[in-house]
Design a protein around this ligand. Structure first.
Ligand code: CP
Length: 335
């Protein structure tokens, strides 16, 4: 593994190595001195062409906790706004000695282009490219932190899903992913990774917010959230942000209407009462409180949304460590 571009490209062994390494990184974060010397002298560039709070800050935190130098590059305020191309931006970063480039881009495929073009000093190296979200395509570290959170809460739970008995994969766990699947790189990444890890997935959305060809994805689909919650009884309910900025017809134009959407697909007090006692509520953030999730559900005891953010640091430390310093073969020793 030279780059982290797509959750769909991860083998079961690679995914488990990343999750196990993240668990080790997480353990280091409860120490008084959190910083590890592992990436001293290496440079990580955060290259963000789209807005971000959680991903950008947690990649920066992760790199700094590993003692790397961090350069934050935002398209706003850079020469990109004067028309500079991705290629010339990449050549500039390479000239400045980047060892890893964390890229978020509005265009699906931009991280692949960076990784495989040679613009960063050679095809497939020496600079590692980590996809921090590209268009509607992929957001692999989000899927990894979601899987990490699910594993922490649900694997090995007494009387419930047990994974493979040693807490490695997610076999036996049922995850409902609810909402704007059409525009969601989080949904695409999660379906791929959760299936690799052995979980069962059901997508719940109105027909207008499911992509063409979803029937070929390795999961079930439903238009009925109440039925999924009561009949299927998921162990985790992952609410997706309604991405009004990606909808054609301008921001805010989507069908069904916000009121109807909230009534049929929002997670509120009534639907929370349908969940099993152990079921966790997830959201990748940022949330539209009052649209896909009520404030009460977001802040409830079963919500792990804030924990997902914290786990993002450990997962991104693991990804940077394995790509820049570790043995990324599945047989290799992580730390
Ligand atoms: N989940 C996520 O990608 O959030 P940000 O857009 O704030 O990074």
């Amino acid at each position: 593994m030279k780059h982290l571009l797509s959750a769909a490209e991860l083998s079961l062994d690679e995914a488990i190595l990343l999750l196990d390494t993240a668990a080790q990184m997480s353990a280091t974060q409860s120490r008084e001195i959190k910083k590890l010397p592992t990436l001293r002298g290496r440079t990580v560039v955060n290259l963000f062409f789209e807005d971000s709070t959680r991903t950008r800050i947690s990649f920066e935190t992760a790199a700094k906790r590993l003692s790397a130098d961090v350069i934050n590059f935002s398209a706003k305020g850079s020469s990109v706004s004067k028309g500079e191309s991705l290629k010339d931006t990449a050549l500039t970063l390479h000239a400045m000695g980047a060892d890893a480039v964390v890229v978020r881009h509005w265009a699906s495929g931009a991280p692949h282009q960076l990784a495989h073009s040679g613009w960063l000093g050679g095809v497939d190296g020496p600079v590692a490219v980590l996809n921090a979200g590209d268009g509607t395509h992929q957001h692999p570290t989000q899927a990894l932190l979601d899987a990490f959170t699910i594993r922490r809460h649900l694997v090995g739970r007494a009387g419930g899903a047990t994974g493979d008995g040693v807490g490695r994969d997610l076999r036996g766990i049922k995850v409902a992913i609810v909402g704007d699947v059409l525009h969601s790189r989080v949904a695409r990444s999660n379906v791929a990774l959760l299936r690799t890890l052995g979980a069962e997935v059901t997508l719940v959305a109105p027909p207008t917010l499911l992509p063409v060809g979803v029937e070929t994805w390795p999961c079930a689909t439903s238009y009925d959230l109440d039925e999924t919650l009561t009949q299927w009884q998921p162990d985790a309910v992952m609410m997706l942000r309604v991405q009004r900025e990606r909808m054609s017809g301008g921001a805010g134009a989507f069908f069904p209407s916000p009121l109807e959407y909230s009534r049929r697909y929002g997670l509120d007090r009534r639907r929370q009462a349908m969940l099993a006692g152990h079921t966790i509520v997830m959201h990748p953030g940022p949330m539209n409180r009052g649209l896909e999730i009520s404030a009460e559900a977001a802040d409830s005891a079963r919500s792990v949304i804030v924990e997902q953010v914290a786990n993002g640091v450990a997962v991104r430390m693991a990804a940077l460590y394995l790509l820049l310093a570790g043995d990324t073969s599945a047989e290799g020793t992580a730390l």
